[in-house]
Design a protein around this ligand. Structure first.
Ligand code: ATP
Length: 286
């Protein structure tokens, strides 16, 4: 049995995010087409005699039980009654509270890593239950690639992977809390963008996907942070490419343009602009 393993934890964007309704448990039912990116955290998992340790150079995330990677390790050891413990070394590249689900992907990567170390069936009911209990996006990251996600995030529908594509991300020097943005959501009727995008996903056409891409939470994230609206307005007015919010923000996704051009046009804003690529699901060892 191997004693250590390296796993990658890619970020995701929501190509679409439809908020369907508020549930009685306080969460929201959504429909979303999610896509993993080359932007990723990485984790090394090393088996130790006992306990769970987390090491990271990142200073803006919790280091103990509150860390979703730590929580995933604890649940795996508890629920599978595994012997010993694990040391997690996390290299954080994904911006925090950015709408890119950095915490959830770290948790899923730890689940995959521990499953590999102990030769556990990676898609068992128990593992799916552990993932869903940690956070809404964790289940998605057990699969990755292009997926339709529904329920509160625990229902994953297989789709053909969209071909790899270069996209731009715009990140801000502040985070937005997901519950904070959802609190502004007033039950406005969804445009059901996910259902409209599906045929384009099946035909593998990014051009058609981009036409319908968009996010129901965008107006509410803009209410919390008006600068997001100003950046989006500038991109749209200048015709720099289709653009929309990812997750509950503040990160903006821009298609069909390059970071250099965007930097020229958006010089006055305190933002980071960088290129990344979408990533197919082959980061998961099967
Ligand atoms: P979500 O929509 O899942 O909240 P997000 O991308 O907006 O995703 P994250 O970067 O996942 O936000 O951070 C959400 C919260 O999770 C933050 O308050 C952060 O402190 C906490 N958190 C716990 N563990 C981690 C982790 N390993 N990496 C990043 N954030 C973490």
């Amino acid at each position: 049995m191997a004693k250590k393993v390296n796993v990658v934890a890619p970020a995701k964007i929501n190509i679409t995010l439809d908020v369907i309704k508020k549930r009685s448990d306080g969460f929201h039912n959504i429909e979303s087409i999610m896509q993993t990116l080359e932007l990723e955290d990485s984790l090394n998992l090393q088996l130790i005699n006992q306990g769970i340790q987390l090491e990271t150079e990142a200073s803006n995330i919790p280091l103990g039980e509150e860390n979703l990677a730590w929580k995933a390790a604890r649940l795996m050891f508890e629920k599978f009654k595994l012997p010993g413990g694990v040391k997690l070394t996390l290299k954080k590249n994904i911006p925090v509270q950015a709408g890119l689900a950095g915490g959830s992907t770290d948790a899923a990567a730890v689940i995959r890593g521990i499953a590999e170390l102990f030769e556990l069936e990676p898609y068992s009911t128990k593992i799916l239950e552990i993932a869903a209990s940690i956070g809404s996006d964790v289940t998605y990251f057990l699969f990755g690639g292009t997926k339709l996600v529904s329920g509160k995030g625990e229902k994953i529908w297989e789709l053909p992977d969209l071909p790899p594509k270069k996209i731009c991300l715009i990140t801000f020097p502040f985070g937005l809390s997901t519950p904070g943005v959802y609190r502004y959501w007033r039950g406005r009727e969804t445009l059901h963008r996910s259902r409209k995008v599906l045929p384009a996903v099946f035909s593998g056409s990014w051009e058609k996907v981009e036409k319908e891409a968009g996010n129901d939470l965008e107006p509410y994230a803009i209410k919390k942070a008006p600068v997001i609206g100003k950046v989006l307005e500038k991109i749209r007015k200048a015709g720099l490419g289709p653009a929309h919010l990812s997750g509950s923000g503040p990160t903006i996704v821009v298609y069909d343009t390059g970071a250099e051009l965007l930097k020229k046009e958006l010089g006055g804003f305190r933002i980071k602009i960088f290129n990344t690529r979408t990533k197919e699901k082959d980061f998961i060892k099967k």
